[in-house]
Ligand binder design. Structure first.
Ligand code: ATP
Length: 366
């Protein structure tokens, strides 16, 4: 098991600053995910760890060894690619054995490792097949077995599931995590799929514009985002431009979005007037209790039935707000044009500085 330490890493492609001041400490045996939109630099960071790119500044350590000047083929990392990258003219066995032959391991050892790797990914019995006779999921299993067979110090995954259909993606992500945990191998996983990241990771680094925005366990990233980018990129969220107004007592402050008035937590908002109020659809409570705080009523514009929830888009006071009705029963999908009454609990409200995007909150929450 190998830890990875990255300090002050910067990478440029000509004028473009692809990675800026990256600092990460990935623990032994951890499943660590780089999550961000297309072009944010996550693949560049993965390839820099693998040694395919050389950083312009900063240091990378694998298990305490400074590897800045160690070429890719001597870093002993296993890479699993998006397009599987299996050799089409070789059988499953030959594909998995390839890296071991290159390393000139004895035949007996090669056989032992290939068999073990194929067992790990549930591909026993497929040794003699060529990739054209395998499904996409099976080809990716070959890719995973090949990466594991070399017994790498770390496994690196570059969007390995994005070519698979939705059902297989879910199956494979569970398998990848199970194998990684069973072997106790450190994994760095790149994805732009936030749900995949939440499910598969021990910790996530959210990346945007070549910078790390936040590092934390999935729960922390989702429930405690440090800025507006993280809040909107991970999970669904309502975000309204607001002007912060007077103190309402009890730790609350007025937030005005056009004609809509909210009471929101005041802690940390001192000195800020232009802000963004955000809350997640699942936090909204449907209620007819007229006395509640932040009670609103909107006109239903559209509904989407998602199986476990009905997502409802409401129009009110010039704003659009999405709320959810959970575990819908027959007749729980109202017709558009209906009025829907709901309340937004103040404790579910995130406030962000409109200018910087930084979360404004109580000190102890930091
Ligand atoms: P995606 O999910 O689309 O692969 P990403 O987050 O992995 O995106 P990168 O591939 O790391 O993003 O790219 C980061 C930035 O660096 C992008 O603007 C990209 O165009 C640029 N870039 C990446 N590789 C190179 C290269 N070899 N030469 C020049 N520019 C590059």
């Amino acid at each position: 098991m190998t830890s990875i330490k990255i300090t002050g890493v910067e990478k440029r492609f000509g004028e473009l600053l692809a990675l800026s001041d990256i600092n990460l400490a990935i623990e032994k045996g951890e499943f660590f995910t780089l999550l961000g939109p297309s072009g944010c630099g996550k693949t560049t960071l993965l390839r820099t760890i693998a040694g395919f790119y050389r950083q312009d500044k900063g240091d990378i350590w694998l298990g305490g060894e400074l590897i800045n000047d160690v070429p890719a083929y001597l870093r002993n990392t296993g890479m699993v690619f998006q397009n599987y990258a299996v050799f089409p003219h070789m059988t499953v066995y030959e594909n998995v054995a390839y890296g071991l032959k290159v390393r000139k391991l004895p035949a007996q050892e090669i056989e032992k490792r290939v068999k073990g790797a194929l067992r790990n990914v549930h591909l026993e019995g497929y040794e003699a097949r060529t990739p054209d006779k395998l499904s996409g999921g099976q080809q990716q299993r070959v890719g995973l077995a090949r990466a594991m067979a070399i017994e790498p110090r770390v496994l690196l995954f570059d969007e390995p599931l994005s070519n698979l259909d939705a059902k297989l993606r879910v199956e494979m992500r569970d398998e990848i995590r199970a194998v990684q945990k069973a072997l106790g191998i450190t994994a760095v996983y790149v994805t732009h799929d936030q749900e995949e990241a939440l499910v598969i990771s021990d910790r996530i680094a959210v990346v945007n514009f070549g910078k790390i925005q936040q590092v934390g366990p999935p729960w922390e990233i989702y429930k405690n985002p440090v800025n507006l980018f993280v809040a909107t990129f991970v999970g669904k969220i309502n975000a309204l431009d607001v002007v912060l107004g007077e103190d309402l007592g009890s730790g609350l402050r007025r937030a005005q979005a056009g004609s809509l008035s909210f009471a929101v937590p005041s802690a940390g908002t001192e000195g800020c007037s232009d802000a963004v109020l955000a809350f997640r659809p699942e936090e909204v409570v449907e209620t007819a209790d007229a006395a509640g705080v932040n009670r609103l009523s909107g006109t239903l514009v559209s509904t989407a039935f998602l199986g476990t929830v009905v997502s409802m888009e409401l129009e009110l006071g010039g704003s659009t707000i999405v709320i959810e009705r959970h575990r819908p029963k027959k007749g729980d999908i109202p017709a558009t044009g209906n009025r829907v009454e709901f309340a937004v609990p103040p404790e579910s409200c995130f406030i962000f500085d409109k200018r910087t995007g930084a979360r404004l909150r109580a000190e102890e929450g930091r």
